[in-house]
Write a protein that binds this ligand. Sequence first.
Ligand code: PLP
Length: 378
Amino acid sequence: MADIIPFNSPYMTGKELFYIAEAKFNNKLAGDGGFTKRCHQWLETQTGTNKALLTHSCTAALEMAALLLELQPGDEVILPSFTFVSTANAFVLRGAVPVFVDIREDTLNLDESLVEEAITARTRAIVPVHYAGVACEMDTLMSIAARHGLKVVEDAAQGVMANYKGRALGSIGDFGAFSFHETKNVICGEGGALLVNSQASALRAEIIREKGTDRSRFFRGEVDKYTWQEVGSSFLPGEITAAFLWAQLQEAQSITNERLATWEQYHASLQSLEKYGAIRRPIIPADCQHNAHMYYVLLAPELNRQAVLDSLKQQGVQAVFHYVPLHDSPAGRRHGRTHGALDVTLNQSSRLIRLPLWVGISAEQQAQVMYALERATR
Ligand SMILES: *Cc1c(COP(=O)(O)O)cnc(C)c1O
């Protein structure tokens, strides 16, 4: 049997090792050297954020955001249950309670029409997750937040190079978190960034990221010694990671374009399977320019997902399901609460499968994936 078509295959630009060698040659291996600065500038220009700070993961960026919010035990944070664990963990670590709200049928993003009724006297923040790089309905969420004095932290882990009404995901709320994990579009193994969108929080964000000290200001010559200013941790990556990422950021546009072409190919070719009733394809609202982070399909309710995945595997295709809803997990039940029944979350998450999508997948491989899906759902 031919090799299995993998779900993901990390793309390398070819410049990564060259830049890593340069970092070593410069004798600068700890964080916040030249490559980190270049990445910061690139991110700030690309997204329009006030300040971008590299972190060692999106998880770390979310934890920084939770620290910046100065949450008190018992404070509440509204987020979808259909997300990665880090979206909730970051706030639970500060003693906050995740309040899980249902998602929309079309985008699988936080249902903005349910958010306002989930707000209580303890609510401090809303955390929209831009699933598959498709934006949440940010205008509505931002105006709800403004009306109730809440902060907005965008989990834009999957949203690098994606837009909402022409604005970069991650740059719209108070804070945005990116991921450069090897399963995302632009990668450095493990990595992330915090976008600090207001001038007011920029200095505190730097301090929290540098173990709670004003070391960054010291290196800029703004203070004559650096001292412990507040509770923080080590959230920054080393220069080797930043050097790798720099190679990737330089090609971020072409990576996105290639992924979009693959995505469009799936989308056009799978229309017939949707008409036949076997699947539902992704729905992209008009205001959203996505980044082809993912191509998923929702299987018809009568299909057995595990049987479909097994059949795909037998046909040489590695497809995977995604999130187990957090409100339905042991830690989610212990630390969070739900608002309403979350029927859409339970329904859509049980029917979803993700197809192989990576830079370099060939037209033949893609055809094989679609043919296998057709057979598996027949
Ligand atoms: C990948 C992902 C994360 C975590 O990113 P890391 O960089 O691995 O910490 C968080 N939230 C969402 C929605 C993700 O997809």
